[in-house]
Write a protein that binds this ligand. Structure first.
Ligand code: ZN
Length: 459
């Protein structure tokens, strides 16, 4: 079991969220930009199992990946299945305690392991036809990428989630990525059914949410919308249109369409997987509209910048949400979405240098640059000048040239630069992935510095 860190932070977050929910009005979104999101996203992996009732027949089985249980007089429906790890047994016990009949259908909102990971526990009933597994028709495709590239993704996840025991590279194959929905749902063709007098509508937007395979479940009578990770883990937040741990880009225009669909349904409750259930028709309309308009703003600015001949780097620097559209960037980040949008539209060739048409990377001449500079320590000295002027990013670019040739001075300058970036991020957008990667970089430099491999000089 992972050591449970800082439970009080999670408690404070929940308390703050509840207070915030009551206090928020249409014009008060600035207050919804909370500063401790990086810590809170990290807390997800330590969320304990508990059961919350949303009404008299819908329950949230809380956990790292929450499961929703919907009871009817003719059996029950699950939305998502939780993670594949030990906690899943506890969640299944809670399901058995609260389900009033047999599980008839399992709707998996998308392929991510915290939503699909518990599927194998139901495989026998799914294979026998006792339980229908409902998912987006792209579930199989998205899972296939995850499954075939498991070693690649694990290498990327480790720096981001260092405390996570669940990322053991020797774990058995993930069966949940090899299961296909027995009832696939296609965009433009909702899956409507009735069970025990309750109406269910499964909707498959095109590229909605965290992947191409996000589905929504709508209960039209009680006006509850189950959104999986359509909005990401926080609420309200700027969507994670590019997740830096590595996944396909998510299309901003398709995302806007998915949010318009939510606005049209006009839900009273959003049963959002992570952290909290969102309530209040007016609040939901206002917050979803703000998130939609923020993405639209980012899109419009990027298109304008591209047409005006701005580089992707200039747009990453310049495009900022206006005050009235500010939402949390603790998970998704505007500047990364700008670059994702640019790259979705135009791909990887930036018309900056013909060299990028070929296989020799910029780093191929780093050794020459070090030699011309008179050694890696000269780069460190220049990096210190940048640091003294508050230009940490230029310092990092210089120090990157010395990668593989680090001297003590290089490592010390790098640690200083990265510490500055971490404190700027923590007091700014507090983006979870950004801070995670910066901290991983810091750990690597410190390890090199404390080891015998830190050379005095490369020359
Ligand atoms: Zn999730």
């Amino acid at each position: 079991m992972p050591v449970r860190r800082a439970p009080s932070i999670l408690f404070l977050f929940i308390a703050n969220s509840l207070l915030g929910l009551a206090a928020l009005s249409d014009s008060a979104f600035a207050q919804a930009v909370e500063a401790d999101v990086a810590v809170r996203v990290d807390d997800l992996q330590f969320l304990e199992v508990s059961v919350q009732s949303i009404n008299d027949f819908v329950f949230k089985i809380e956990g790292e990946g929450a499961i929703f249980l919907i009871n009817t007089s003719e059996g029950s429906v699950l939305v998502d299945t939780g993670t594949p790890y030990a906690q899943n047994e506890e969640q299944r016990r809670a399901i058995r305690e609260h389900a009033t009949g047999p599980i008839k259908k399992i709707i998996v909102t998308h392929f991510h392991g915290d939503h699909s990971g518990g599927l194998p526990k139901w495989k026998k009933e799914i294979d026998s036809g006792e339980i229908e597994f409902v998912g987006h028709h792209r579930y199989g495709y998205m899972s296939r990428i995850q499954d075939e590239l498991t070693p690649f993704f694990l290498r990327r996840y480790h720096p981001l989630y260092p405390t996570r025991v669940s990322l053991d590279p020797n774990r058995p194959p993930a069966i949940h990525w090899k299961m296909e929905p027995t009832r696939p749902v296609f965009p433009g063709s909702d899956y409507e059914f009735e069970l025990g007098g309750v109406k269910f509508v499964v909707i498959a937007p095109e590229n909605g949410g965290e992947g191409e395979d996000g589905v929504l479940l709508w209960l039209p009578e009680s006006k509850i919308l189950f959104t999986g990770d359509l909005f990401g883990p926080l609420y309200p937040m700027f969507p994670n249109l590019y997740t830096i741990r590595g996944e396909k880009y998510r299309d901003p225009l398709d995302y806007i369409d998915a949010l318009d669909l939510v606005l049209d349904l006009n839900p009273e409750v959003i049963a959002h997987t992570h952290f909290r259930v969102i309530e209040g028709r007016d609040y939901i309309q206002a917050s979803v509209r703000t998130m939609r308009d923020a993405v639209q703003y980012m899109w419009d600015e990027t298109v304008e910048g591209m047409n005006a001949g701005k580089t992707v780097w200039e747009m990453m620097r310049d495009i900022r949400l206006p005050k009235h559209l500010e939402v949390s960037q603790g998970h998704g980040k505007v500047s990364w979405s700008v670059r994702a949008t640019h790259d979705i539209i135009t791909g990887w060739y930036y018309y900056d240098t013909i060299a990028n048409m070929y296989h020799v990377p910029p780093s191929a001449i780093n050794g020459d640059l070090i030699e011309l500079a008179g050694g890696a320590d000269a780069l460190a000295a220049r990096a210190r000048v940048y640091l003294s002027q508050g230009q940490s990013l230029e310092a990092i670019r210089l120090l990157d040239i010395a990668a593989g040739h680090e001297t003590r001075a290089v490592l010390e300058a790098r640690i200083q630069a990265v510490e500055k970036l971490i404190s700027a991020s923590k007091s700014g957008l507090a983006n979870y992935s950004e801070i995670g990667l910066l901290e991983a970089d810091l750990r690597a430099s410190r390890a090199l510095l404390s080891g015998t491999s830190a050379k005095q000089s490369t020359r």
